[in-house]
Design a protein around this ligand. Structure first.
Ligand SMILES: [Zn+2]
Length: 414
């Protein structure tokens, strides 16, 4: 097979430049903020669409407003989808989401002349509303792409009372045909994404294979005690709801530290009546727990509930809880993990496998079609922040890995 002479660093420069352009397409000056169905995301989609055309892909929209650059199709071949999201969190970084899309477009462009040799067409997709900031529900775009949105999802409302359906109806992009895909046309899904954590950096490695997306549960605990005057009620007869909650929060942290691979966070807490001179009588707190294995997570969640009861008995307060969210773990396809590992081994000698603690569009696809993710090291493990950064060298290696992974499906390399 003839070898292409490709200057990977030059390609990385081009990718870096495109990410810089996207990084300035925002609702606000000087801060990256690109919510779904906004003027800024329309502009970003138009720019990305023009890059797709340059790479030989044909831009189409689906009914949700996801942009799909369709590769040349022969004999009704299914599509290998390479995607990520174009929306950002408020004050986000330029690599989260956009990196995977721009890498995909570049890879498609590099492989352009050999499209006919693959058992699939190569399509690149830019999703909307992965972050779930506007409608408080993540991966709406990728779920819509697969036809998985339910009526209640379309009726979700943003802070100004606009529903998903209304926002979508008001959002239009001229010129692109509307086309809704069918899952049976999909060969599989590949997503490159910044790690958003520090593990690769700690290992001194640019790239990693994602084993899957962890299972996640969210629980709301409510501690009900007895209020009273902060000055007049003796300490020994108090039933302070916040003190009970505080003991519980410490237990959450201690148990997560003792459980390998588990993370647990109490990120939201409301205390009533919430005045400096009043004893708290009601505390609500939300716990987010994650682990690669659902059975371990169930056990962990059980442990938290038992501890909450124990604390409530000791302190004579009431406690109740409810599970507000539950997502199962989604494993990457084992064969695709092996394929990607083999590519990484040639690029960087090692192919670490790691779980994604964050949700991604890939988790939606992984439940229906073969899926694997490539993680790219980001400086300091920082993400969702303007300081988010991936080096030019690492972008070049990520591109090499993506192209190598796709080339692995050529009949000649089997
Ligand atoms: Zn992301």
């Amino acid at each position: 097979m003839k070898k292409r002479q490709l200057d990977w660093l030059k390609e990385a420069d081009k990718i870096g430049h495109r990410l810089e352009i996207l990084g300035h397409i925002s609702e606000r000056n000087g801060v990256l903020d690109r919510p779904p169905f906004s003027a800024s995301i329309r502009k970003a989609l138009e720019v990305v669409g023009s890059w797709m055309e340059e790479a030989g892909l044909i831009p189409t929209m689906d009914a949700f407003g996801n942009l799909r650059g369709a590769g040349i199709r022969e004999k009704q071949k299914p599509a290998l989808l390479i995607g990520s999201h174009l929306d950002t969190v408020p004050g986000g970084g330029r690599f989260d989401g956009a990196l995977g899309i721009v890498l995909g477009i570049t890879a498609a462009s590099i492989l352009r002349d050999r499209m006919a040799d693959f058992p699939f067409a190569i399509d690149v997709i830019a999703f909307q509303e992965e972050e779930g900031v506007r409608f408080r529900s993540g991966c709406l775009g990728s779920r819509a792409f697969l036809g998985l949105l339910e009526e209640k999802d379309w009726e979700l409302k943003d802070a100004s009372g606009i529903s998903v359906r209304q926002a979508r109806d008001r959002f239009s992009i001229a010129g692109w045909p509307l086309k809704d895909p069918r899952p049976e046309e999909i060969f599989g899904y590949f997503e490159a994404h910044i790690e958003q954590g520090p593990l690769l950096e700690t290992m001194g490695l640019p790239l990693g294979v994602v084993s899957g997306i962890v299972a996640q549960q969210r629980l709301l605990f409510r501690f009900r005690g007895e209020g009273g005057h902060a000055g007049c009620r003796p300490m020994k007869i108090r039933h302070d709801a916040l003190c009970a909650a505080a003991a519980f929060v410490s237990f959450v942290e201690d148990s997560a530290l003792a459980e390998p691979e588990a993370v647990a966070t109490v990120g939201e807490i409301h205390c009533r009546p919430g005045a400096v001179n009043m004893i708290p009588h009601l505390v609500e707190l939300a716990v987010d727990i994650r682990h690669p294995q659902e059975t371990v997570l169930d056990r962990f969640s059980q442990k938290l509930q038992e501890k909450a009861i124990e604390i409530s008995r000791q302190r004579l307060v009431e406690v109740e809880w409810q599970k507000t969210e539950r997502f199962g773990a989604v494993g990457s396809d084992p064969n695709w993990q092996d394929r990607l590992s083999a590519v990484l081994a040639t690029i960087q000698g090692e192919a670490p496998r790691l779980w994604s603690g964050a949700g991604h569009d890939a988790a939606v696809f992984g439940q229906h079609v073969p899926m694997v993710m490539l993680f790219v090291r980001c400086r300091g493990g920082i993400s969702h922040d303007p300081a988010e950064w991936v080096s030019r060298d690492d972008i070049a290696l990520a591109l090499k890995a993506m192209v190598g992974f796709i080339e692995g499906f050529l009949p000649s390399s089997a």
